[in-house]
Design a protein around this ligand. Sequence first.
Ligand code: MN
Length: 286
Amino acid sequence: MRARPLIAITTSELRRPEDFIARPQGEPPKLEVSLATLYPEAIERAGGVPVIIPLLRPDTIATLLDRVDGVCLPGGPDVQPSIYGEEPHPELGPTEPRVDAVELALVKAADRRRLPILGICRGMQILNVARGGTLHQHLPDVVGSRLAHRQPQHGSITTHRVETAPHSRLRATLGGPSLEVNSFHHQGVKTLGKNLVATAWAEDGAIEAVEDQNGRLVLGVQWHAEGLEAHGPLFEALISAAAGAEVADEPVAAAASQREPRRLASTRRSPRTGRMANQGRLAEAG
Ligand SMILES: [Mn+2]
């Protein structure tokens, strides 16, 4: 049991020299790894020690993961569609092959070690792809544009609602059958990766959260939880799991029912991408 677990967090974005405005007294522009300060702040606030990791070779990633207790995957650019066997969509945004390679290796190494994982936005998507799942490259093609998944408002402001699955870790962690979230994505989960189940959906059917069905804390949320004070418990759950506070093989349903005994609110059924085919052990609870 570790009092202050170490949480590896990747730098999902790269800044190129041409992205910078050179200042007379400043450093000359160069390629840099980048991470919003909100992520390490959220990890630290939840009791963890963030370990910010740059672009590393796979063998270095493996060595690193032998010494950390959990993994956080932040937001960032689109995942290269070739990884899941698709041609680029015309609306595909910038991609970063080097970042993709690091994060795919990181997820696989974390899975081998059964480390807890929290994925945010792109982090949820790369988690899904690393497990063999696929993405919608441009969500408006699939769910329309009535609901804006790329909000113009600041990240501290919530703009749409998601329904959460009963007995999910997500609902046990944040409570209630629905959550107000922010939204800064144009891609989304299409088919679920191995052992992942969807546990939150937007009104338009877009998958907004995934988690591992075998009980280990592997949780991805499509919104930017690091920017929402009310979602701090997601980071606390990561830290708690990383500290070894939970039984590794405890099933999701058992864990959820212990922590959240209250009755399930009835939820309106809506078309939910992939839910019936993939919901696994949560299927009876919808
Ligand atoms: Mn959204």
